[in-house]
Design a protein around this ligand. Sequence first.
Ligand SMILES: Cc1cc2nc3c(=O)[nH]c(=O)nc-3n(C[C@H](O)[C@H](O)[C@H](O)COP(=O)(O)O)c2cc1C
Length: 389
Amino acid sequence: MPVITEIEDLRRLYKRRVPKMFYDYAETGSWSETTFRENTTDFDLIRFRQRVAVDMAGRSTRTKMIGEEVEMPVGLGPVGLTGMQSADGEIKAARAAERFGVPFVLSTMSICSIEDVAAHTTRPFWFQVYTLKDDDFMQRLFDRARKAGCTAIVITVDLQVQGQRHKDIKNGMSAPPKLTPSSIANMMTKVPWGLEMLQTKRRFFGNIVGHASGVSDPSSLSSWTAEAFDPSLDWERIKQFKEMWGGKVIVKGIMDPEDARRAADAGVDAIVVSNHGGRQLDHALSSIRALPEVVKAVGDRLEVHFDGGIRSGQDVLKALALGAHATWSGRAWTYGLGAMGEAGVTKALEILRHELDVSMALCGRRHIEEVDPSILMVDDAFYSYKPAR
Ligand SMILES: Cc1cc2nc3c(=O)[nH]c(=O)nc-3n(C[C@H](O)[C@H](O)[C@H](O)COP(=O)(O)O)c2cc1C
């Protein structure tokens, strides 16, 4: 077993262990992948101010996210199909999050169902919904999430139409994987992955198959997803969903201050500044560049969370310093899951916490609440994109 000291080590191990189709599914962005790449590289335009001889005893990364105690402000964000990265992947990730003390967000497009995850955990998780045309199905999803003890729903608002990922089309990406000569040849080199996968019965979209009308068998799923997403989604509809759910609501996929104000007007509890990990609008700003303006617009009205490009605790600290109340990770924990299952997710969380804790201390801060923009120095290029005139 290689020595693992950073998230990149987990990514390399993940690439070796998991079939190419699923690795490519995660490690890609839409079209030219510009936004996908800049989500990570733009963090490099930000530097820390080192401070010394500041009392660093009694440090803590603990804080709250939407009122819930967390070990550090890093949630496991919703990632579809993680049950294909590792058998029963969502259960493993939810357990790692529970043991560590951070939120887990289950995707609508998960392999393990809401009920499955609830049966294997005790800490309440959050449930992410895509907004679909079918009100009955949405109401049933909310009811199931409530029954499973979910304490918040996350409404993802940036995927009513889908960005194109070339690799997924070329690989014929599907769950369960399509058996073609090249996918079979590749899977035969991933023996431990395959053996685990053979031992689980969870290989289909657990929240949908058997629950959405007309989807009793997985072969009809792709036509269902193409038709089910509601292209007419607007803020009125989001308010409707908020009422149907009746609990805490987080809106995910906000990049613009104007949209952030709309979300605040709709009375949601938090937003996530997110471009879907560079998987939707290619050439959108990186999330970290979009963050300061959103914070300026609504930071005093609701919690502004952040995701996109986080591969280290230093990245987390930079986002917090630019005004994010908390952050979510997508790929970093997925690498851990694919690399080493539940232990890999825990490892990813440990790495992020250690890096966050030490970097925070070297900036002269002992608590998350003390982190502010004054710990940063930012390159002019970071602010270089302006609205077109
Ligand atoms: C493989 C993959 C699947 C994803 N599936 C979902 C999903 O089902 N629902 C959702 O709201 N976001 C989804 N996302 C977006 C993530 O929640 C998150 O916004 C993004 O991954 C953050 O960027 P990062 O991966 O650089 O941390 C997915 C991202 C990836 C990489």
